[in-house]
Design a protein around this ligand. Structure first.
Ligand SMILES: CC(C)(COP(=O)(O)OP(=O)(O)OC[C@H]1O[C@@H](n2cnc3c(N)ncnc32)[C@H](O)[C@@H]1OP(=O)(O)O)[C@@H](O)C(=O)NCCC(=O)NCCS
Length: 168
């Protein structure tokens, strides 16, 4: 499976549908991650904020993740950790439900950890809901540790920021 950058020739609608279907489990838990409801217009403009990577199988996008080399939002909205210059982070992380638990998410994270290192970063971070215990466990197993809590104004839960020190 090849990890490639989302390009102009790829469908923003397909990418948005993938986010909705993958994040449905979180929506069903009552957690309003933006990815559970974002529109294609939002996805299109959001793509400018980072680098979007995808995996395709039979011409279909089956996995995606956004890499942010540095923080892109208004200062006051940022978790303090994301503002540090040695920190990169990722989000909009989704594997199509039928393809989950096969190591694809792990492969994307391995890729991002190397990618972040190639950009001179020493930490790769993320945030998720403090109520998504299965995700917190998943990231912990891969070496991500708790950094801080953060309240985004667009979510109905408190987030935990987690980060992994990248080996040199
Ligand atoms: C989170 C997510 C991206 C992970 O992707 P994934 O491809 O399912 O992840 P992996 O396959 O690498 O790992 C999932 C589990 O399968 C296991 N696994 C990995 N390879 C496997 C294989 N070949 N066979 C069986 N199990 C395997 C992993 O060990 C892991 O189990 P663990 O949590 O007990 O460690 C995916 O579940 C998803 O899209 N979830 C919904 C959206 C979401 O929650 N996004 C993150 C928001 S912060």
């Amino acid at each position: 499976m090849e990890i490639v950058k989302f390009s102009e020739n790829d469908s923003v609608e397909e990418l948005t549908n993938l986010l909705h279907s993958s994040y449905k489990r979180l929506a069903d838990m009552g957690l309003k991650f933006v990815a559970t409801y974002q529109t294609s217009e939002y996805t299109k403009s959001f793509l400018k904020n980072g680098e979007c990577f995808i995996i395709k199988e039979n011409e279909m996008i089956i996995a995606t993740v956004m890499y942010y080399n540095s923080f892109f939002m208004k200062e006051e909205d940022a978790p303090a950790w994301y503002k540090k210059d040695f920190v990169s982070y990722f989000g909009k992380f989704a594997v199509m439900p039928e393809y989950q638990n096969k190591g694809i998410g792990g492969m994307l994270m391995d890729f991002l950890e190397e990618y972040a290192k190639s950009k001179g970063k020493t930490e790769l971070a993320l945030d998720t809901s403090e109520k998504a215990l299965h995700l917190i466990d998943y990231y912990k197993k891969r070496g991500y540790r708790f950094i801080e809590y953060h309240q985004w104004d667009v979510t109905n839960y408190r987030s935990v920021v987690m980060s992994k020190k990248l080996s040199s």
